[in-house]
Every structure is written in C-alpha cells, then in structure tokens.
Design a protein around this ligand. Structure first.
Ligand code: NAD
Length: 379
C-alpha cells in the first residue's frame, strides 16, 4: 500500500495534506509513504521531519505518485497532474465539485476514485474528518486577526492617563463554524461583538459566546434551517427586512466579518455598497465568502479594496493564511477517513464502498462520475 503526498501545484496553496504525525500513523498501519520534496515547507515542515516519521522523500511529483494506491492532496488534481496518477488510485482532497463537471469527468476518465472531503456528512462519527469545520474554524480566527491588523485603532477599551479609547464594535454575519470562532476571537481581543444568522439555532450559540444576537426573527426565520443543519436561501421579502435591520446596525460598526454561505449556491449578498458607504472611514470589513461570490458589494477576490476609507478585505484561501495550523488539522481529517479504509490485520486497503461516508464523498470510480449530485443526468 503506497501513499503519495505530492506538493500542491497552486501557488496560492501553502497547506499540505500530511504531517509527520499522520505519516507516522499511516506507516504504523502498513503504508509506504512517499512525500514530494518541499511539500511541507510552506506549512513549516521540512523533508527531514517527514523522513524522521518514516516517509521517503521523492524528488518529483512523478516519483511520489508512481505506483501510489492512495494520493493525499489539499486541492483537486489538475489536468497537468492527473497523468501521473495510477488508474484506480484513491484521491482524497478538497475537490470543489460544484460547477466543475469537466474536472470531475477528467478524474473519472483517468480511473481515479476521487473523494471530496467537503461532502463529508456532519454526523458524530465523522466529526474528526470534517474539513469544512476544521478549516472554517481557523478562517474565522484569522479573519479577525487580519481585520485587527488593518484597523487603525485598538480593539479593547483602554483607559489611560491620556484618555480613554472606546472598545471597537464588531459585527459578525453568519454564525456557523467560522462566524462563531470570529465572535470568540473578537471577544478575546476585547471588542463589543454582535452577530446575525438566519438559523434560529445560532441565537443561543452566539449568546453563549457573550455576543448580542441581531436578526429578523419572523416565521420564515423559524423554518430557515435544513435537516442537515444548513441555512436555506431566504425569500426576497425576508432579505428586504434583513437588509433594513442590517443597514441600521452596520453604520455603527468598526469591523464587520461576513461568513454567510448556502451549500452549492452563490453566497447571499448581505452588505450593499450603500451600507459600506454608511460606515465610518477607518472601518474594516472581511468577506470570508469572497471565493463564492461574496457577501459584500465591492469585495474583490484576493485584494483589499478601499471605499471612502472603509477597507474591504477579500483575501483568498483564509485557512492558507494560517497554514501550519490548517495543515495540522486537515492532515488529521484525512488520516481519520483513510484509516476507515485500511484493514488493520492484513495492513492493506479495504474500502467499504457501501459505507455512508464513502458514498457521501465518492465522486468518481471505474471511469464514471458516481455521486448522485454530479452524475450526468440520464434523459
Ligand atoms: P456555512 O459555512 O454553510 O454557512 C455559514 C453561516 O452562514 C451559517 O451559519 C448559515 O446559517 C449562515 N447564513 C446563510 N445565509 C445567511 C443569510 N442570508 N444571513 C445570515 N446568515 C446566513 O455553515 P457552517 O459553518 O458549515 O455550519 C452550518 C451548520 O452545521 C451549523 O449549524 C453548524 O453548527 C453545523 N455543524 C455541525 C457539525 C456536526 O458535526 N454536527 C459540524 C460542523 C457544523
């Protein structure tokens, strides 16, 4: 059982899919680990660290991938990478499958068994494999750190001999995993924090972190959570009421962190250009949804936009901005899933194709797109 860890080819991706800790655990399960030279550098891991954990270092991706039965990646393999993969190899990565049919087809054509880690069901057994949570948690933290770095004032109230600096006001929009960590981080830094969400369950969670919940709590709000725990797209009527409430609230804020997402859809637009214009110069907005179309009008992917003195941070790959921690947790998520596919006695791969976690995440197998959400529709 050979497992390859190639370096990420995307220059904007500093994370790596294995750490010395997960390498060691996989070696103990009988794996022969091949890590491409330099794969961990941007996450602070040296080739020597992997070697000490039992991996061999491959001089190129080609060498690492040669004969590999399993490939651990952060991002989906590109067309340029795929030819080096062995047909039938299991590939575990963040596959970004929505709207990328051609890429899924390319992996199917190559005979790969591609697993999309972000489709992992959010059930108790799979919590340790939940990459959305592990990465969103760090993104929420980092968003506040980035906002604080761009903000020209202090966050906590400071009473000094030369005068009192008021506490900054921070508004978090979307109180899922990233939003809750943003609330906790802003509170730790001393800001006065408010938060909003369309799911009623979020209210108690926001309040338990010491923040004030601000939302339109009408009948639609009471029904806004799907069985899977996600938000539904809201009606135009609800959105108008929400916008009126937010418009009033946002002009008093120093910092806004937006995290609102709806699975498989573009991010909801929550902050209009007029709302941005109503904020004080020096205020900072971080749009964590920028890669999915953005929650904030005027947010630019990969840039810090400035509108009337208000900075709108649109950094891409926020978990990658805290790469060492993100890699540590991501690698552990992958290990936990892969472990369920290894027979401990024979130390060989034994994928249970009927397992609900496998069925929920498997995109392609045997030259076919097998996932019901992405399989070509038969007319
Ligand atoms: P997400 O990334 O899909 O969305 C972020 C937040 O944006 C969500 O809280 C969502 O309700 C909110 N949102 C969507 N549209 C909005 C709008 N128009 N206005 C304001 N807010 C809006 O969500 P997530 O962080 O992945 O978490 C979703 C849910 O899953 C949460 O309830 C979370 O606690 C739960 N969860 C459960 C587990 C588990 O293992 N049981 C693990 C992780 C998350």
């Amino acid at each position: 059982m050979k497992i390859a860890v190639p370096a990420e080819v995307d220059l904007g991706e500093p994370r790596v899919a294995a750490t010395p800790d997960t390498v060691k655990r996989l070696v103990a399960l009988g794996a022969e680990m091949a890590v491409e030279t330099g794969a961990g550098l941007k996450s602070g891991i040296l080739d020597a660290d992997y070697q000490a954990a039992g991996a061999t270092i491959a001089a190129s991706a080609q060498d690492a991938l040669y004969g590999a039965d399993v490939v651990l990646k952060v991002r989906r393999p590109t067309d340029a990478e795929i030819p080096a993969y062995k047909p039938g190899a299991l590939v575990l990565a963040i596959m970004d499958p929505y709207g990328n049919d051609w890429a899924l087809q390319a992996m199917a054509n190559a005979g790969l068994a591609a697993f999309a880690m972000e489709l992992m069901p959010r059930i108790t057994r799979a919590q340790v494999m939940d990459v959305l949570s592990s990465q969103a948690n760090l993104a929420g933290y980092r968003a506040v750190i980035d906002a604080a770095g761009e903000f020209g004032r202090a966050l906590p109230m400071m009473m000094t001999a030369a005068g009192t600096i008021p506490a900054a006001r921070c508004f978090v929009m979307g109180a899922g995993v990233a939003g809750l960590q943003a609330i906790a981080t802003a509170r730790r830094l001393g800001a006065v924090v408010t938060a909003t969400d369309v799911r009623p369950a979020a209210k108690e969670q926001v309040e338990s972190l010491g923040a004030k919940f601000v939302a339109v709590e009408d009948e639609e709000f009471k029904q806004a959570e799907t069985k899977a725990g996600y938000a539904k797209p809201m009606s135009a009527e609800y959105q108008a009421k929400q916008a009126a409430l937010v418009a009033e609230h946002i002009k008093k804020q120093d910092m806004v962190i937006t995290t609102a997402l709806i699975p498989g859809r573009p991010a909801p637009k929550l902050v209009s250009a007029a709302m941005v214009a109503s904020m004080k110069p020096g205020s900072v907005i971080v749009d964590l949804a920028v890669e999915r179309g953005g929650n904030v009008e005027g947010a630019l992917p990969g840039q810090i936009a400035e509108v009337n003195g208000v900075k709108i941070i649109g950094h891409l790959n926020m978990p990658g901005r805290i790469a060492a921690s993100a890699s540590q947790l991501y690698a552990k998520n992958l290990y936990a899933f892969l472990e369920t596919m290894i027979d401990k006695a024979s130390k060989t791969l034994a994928v249970k194709w009927d397992d609900e976690l496998v069925k929920a995440t498997l995109l392609t197998r045997d030259n076919t797109i097998v996932h019901p959400n992405f399989a070509p529709k038969v007319e």
